[in-house]
Write a protein that binds this ligand. Structure first.
Ligand code: UTP
Length: 279
């Protein structure tokens, strides 16, 4: 049977970055394993993918950090120890994630940037549209998750989609920044995108955050993409090739997003979820 190319069934999680801003905590574990309250950032990401109807998780990891594989696996010793005790419920959530989903892994041998990490995921994704979650961008929403909103939008537009939010102009050099024509409320057809522009060169105040839906031709484009800003292979540069053909949508998502790749954002997220869970 031919593959249903309208359905997003896999989510890629690039998690091979050095996470230098969180050293020494990230010396032996990935930044994506840092917990907000009791749950690692990556588990929030996986739960968001599940909420968007996705059950196949593809994770790109780096050398020397194996915590992710162990987290999304059964720990028989631990299960045995707490079975039948009052502590058993602490494992309920992760157990349900492990039961529902399949996880596959590949390694990025050299950290050549996000675009390169996504290209490394090709063997796990194959020839179909897919979602990407950067788990250090933690999103929260009381209704549909950000990825669920984007999956719905994909059914309509059938092209690559980037989630964007308004940023203060002085922060443009931390993000990929897009410009475009309005298609409908909150949806732009992207005409330009620049990676980490100086505020004076930014085409707008709309920054790409860590949620994407990508069509599989992105892999061929990435293979040809030369290192850009910071000497890294940038997903923004590859997306610009699609945007020039009118094949990228920017979506102003509903919900809150925390930049947990920075200490300030991480603390903000921790306080937010602590207060939210307390009531
Ligand atoms: P960042 O730009 O936040 O980089 O990556 P980083 O290296 O993890 O963090 P700092 O700046 O050193 O503190 C954005 C996302 O892309 C992944 C990261 O894991 C993160 O999810 N990434 C980045 C890779 O998987 N490989 C890379 O080569 C670069």
């Amino acid at each position: 049977m031919p593959k249903d190319r309208t359905k997003i069934s896999k989510c890629l999680f690039p998690a091979a970055g050095y996470g230098t801003r969180f050293l020494p905590a990230t010396k032996a574990i990935q930044k994506e394993m840092l917990p907000v309250l009791t749950k690692p950032l990556l588990q929030y990401g996986v739960e968001e993918a599940i909420s968007a109807g996705i059950e196949t998780m593809a994770i790109v990891t780096g050398r020397g950090k194996r915590a992710i594989e162990d987290h999304f696996d059964v720990s028989y010793e631990l299960e045995h120890q707490i079975k039948g005790t009052s502590k058993e419920h602490y494992l309920t959530e992760i157990r349900s994630v492990i039961t529902k989903c399949t996880f596959s892994y590949t390694r990025q041998i050299e950290m050549k940037g996000l675009g390169h990490a996504i290209l490394c995921g090709e063997t796990l994704i194959g020839d179909e549209p897919f979602a990407v979650i950067l788990a250090d961008d933690l999103c929260d929403n009381n209704a549909d998750s950000v990825l669920a909103q984007m999956v719905k939008l994909y059914e309509k537009y059938r092209c690559s989609i980037v989630a964007v939010e308004e940023i203060p102009p002085q922060d443009s050099n931390k993000y990929g920044v897009v410009a475009g024509r309005e298609e409908e409320d909150g949806v732009l057809r992207v005409t330009d995108m620049v990676e980490k522009p100086d505020p004076k060169d930014a085409p707008s105040n709309l920054a790409i955050i860590g949620r994407y839906i990508l069509t599989p031709d992105i892999f061929d484009i990435l293979r040809e993409t030369k290192p850009g800003k910071g000497g890294e292979i940038q997903i923004t540069d590859a997306l610009l090739a699609q945007a020039k053909e009118g094949r990228v949508i920017a979506y102003k998502f509903e919900g809150r997003r925390f930049d947990c790749g920075s200490v300030d954002g991480f603390v903000e997220a921790t306080n937010y979820f602590y207060n939210k869970n307390r009531v």
